[in-house]
Design a protein around this ligand. Structure first.
Ligand code: SF4
Length: 252
């Protein structure tokens, strides 16, 4: 099977544990205002590649990936779930660690067909890095043009299925930095049994140039980059929420 690939990166260091071969998949149904990869949005663009080709490319440098593996990101990699499943089947046959970096937007517990695909992929997946853009649905819709219900359901599904999960959250001044919501985010993820890490990332505007090149208006042109000195306070609000939820669960 072929997948639509935006690009490949041989030595990724921020997309999962260790040094990783990173596959940027083409296509995304979200429209996050701070997206720094708008060139991955178009579903019918990218280059068609076989799963075998990607595994071959990985194998050429496999000595570098002893603590790493393969990460699929994007775009939204799970838009091409059949391709990812084939790629991960081939990766697992070679003992390669597999990671999905996803927004979770394609998850749909109301669709047996979609669920069958997720149920097939998860046993082949070592780690999911799940971006939760906003815990409040209305704000999530405003920020990404999509609801967060299925994304939160995906997080819970990963917990129920025992799939290791890293949660990522980008803190954007005036948009996702409200500490009450950050606490609520923490409270939600504190209930996940498979939460292994939390990445709280500062918003930056380095993607702006791509918008100019694509001739798209950059929605956050008046938003300053996140002040890293207050990022720790923002992270603390999330951690306080996690602790509160865990304390409640221990008592129950
Ligand atoms: S989910 Fe990721 S790729 Fe898609 S719009 Fe949001 S930030 Fe961009």
């Amino acid at each position: 099977m072929q997948g639509r690939i935006h690009s490949l990166e041989s030595f990724g260091t921020v997309d999962g544990p260790g040094v990783r071969y990173v596959v940027f998949m083409q296509g995304c149904p979200m429209r996050c205002k701070y997206c720094h990869n708008p060139d991955t949005w178009e579903v019918n663009a990218g280059t068609l590649m076989d799963a075998d080709y990607i595994i071959e490319q990985y194998e050429r440098n496999k000595g570098f990936y002893t603590d790493g593996g393969i990460t699929v990101t994007g775009g939204e990699p799970l838009l091409q779930i059949d391709f990812i499943t084939e790629l991960f089947e081939k990766a697992k046959a070679k003992g390669i660690h597999t990671c999905i970096d996803s927004s979770g937007i394609t998850f749909n517990p109301d669709s047996p067909e979609v669920m069958a695909k997720f149920d097939k992929l998860m046993p082949l997946t070592n780690l999911v890095m799940l971006d939760i853009k906003h815990i409040d649905d209305e704000h999530h819709l405003e920020l990404t043009k999509q609801h967060n219900k299925n994304i939160l359901a995906f997080a819970q599904y990963l917990s129920d299925k025992g799939v290791d999960t890293w949660i990522r959250h980008v803190v954007v001044p005036g948009i996702t930095d409200d500490e009450e919501y950050l606490y609520k985010l923490g409270y939600f993820i504190g209930g996940l049994k498979t939460l292994r890490a939390l990445d709280v990332l500062p918003y930056h505007d380095m993607g702006k140039v791509k918008y100019e090149k694509l001739g798209i208006d950059y929605p956050l042109k008046d938003t300053p980059p996140m002040d890293k000195t207050i990022l720790l306070d923002k992270k603390k609000a999330i951690i306080d929420g996690i602790k509160a939820r865990r304390a409640e669960l221990e008592k129950a």
